[in-house]
Design a protein. Structure first.
Length: 277
């Protein structure tokens, strides 16, 4: 089967075959039993196991599987579907455990489209969960700064809370293709932050133009959720940047909570790749 990916060594097309991806130059990349492959050359790795570790990957998987962030997923589906043709190619850059990747793929199929979809992440641990979510989606360990995809090969690109590799995003998007960039809103998880910090501050919200892209819209997603167990609260905490920069006192206060009601707030920045750049 022809792949959305290209060889990270010679940049020739890859084909997905039984047990491996292969290119015409003879390079081969094994497919793990979970269903993902590894397209990150050793000279581009900054550690032995980059990205989320096992504990962080499990926290993301378990929290998102509870459906707390369904409002964001549903909004992404409603924004992407009308912008895609019948046979769209899509990339989720920094896909994590594949919650949004698989959800969008399923929504497009339900809308009568025939998508081809790929997700990349730097962490092999988190891709083990992603590949189990979407058997018809291609997943690979790869860097957003060296995407293993051909030029102008995808119709839409999603980036949720992941590194912003604009040069690569522009390269792999087709002219007129869409880039959806998800960031936290000003009061995202505000009530959790009030527990963690003596003086919490809102996230900065700004509209930033990027060369080679035109702004289409900024779509807000604002809801209130109630987490009903210590496990869910801790899983949410572990998947945020607060997990490694919160003082011990704040962590202890949060650990005492059995339930938590907090705001969730996201902004979906929608860009279109310029036709002539």
């Amino acid at each position: 089967m022809e792949s959305l990916f290209r060889c990270p060594l010679c940049e020739k097309p890859l084909r997905r075959e039984e047990g491996a991806y292969r290119c015409p130059s003879g390079h081969s990349f094994d497919i793990a039993r979970e269903g993902y492959t590894h397209l990150l050359p050793a000279n581009r790795k900054h550690s032995a196991a980059p990205g989320d570790d096992r504990e962080m990957a499990a926290a993301r998987r378990d929290f998102l599987s509870c459906g707390y962030y369904n409002p964001l997923l549903n909004t992404l589906c409603s924004e992407i579907a009308p912008r895609c043709g019948e046979f769209p190619a899509l990339l989720d850059s920094g896909c994590g455990e594949g919650y949004y990747t698989a959800g969008i793929y399923q929504a497009l199929r339900a809308a009568g489209k025939q998508p081809r979809m790929a997700g990349i992440d730097i962490s092999k641990f988190i891709l083990r969960s992603a590949a189990k979510r979407g058997k018809d989606i291609e997943f690979a360990v790869a860097s957003a700064y060296h995407l293993p995809l051909p030029d102008a090969s995808v119709d839409a690109l999603l980036n949720c809370f992941s590194p912003l590799a604009l040069t690569e995003f522009h390269r792999v998007l087709k002219p007129g293709g869409y880039f959806l960039y998800v960031v936290p809103g000003a009061e995202h998880l505000w009530e959790m932050k009030e527990i963690l910090y003596d003086r919490p501050y809102p996230n900065e919200e700004r509209e930033t133009p990027y060369q080679g892209f035109s702004y289409e819209a900024i779509v807000p997603v604002d809801e209130t959720i109630t987490l009903r167990s210590r496990e869910d609260i801790q899983n949410l905490f572990r998947m945020t940047p607060y997990a490694w920069k919160t003082p011990r006192e704040g962590k202890d206060r949060l650990a005492e909570r059995e339930t938590l009601t907090t705001r969730i707030s996201f902004r979906i920045h929608i860009f279109r790749r310029d036709e002539n750049r």
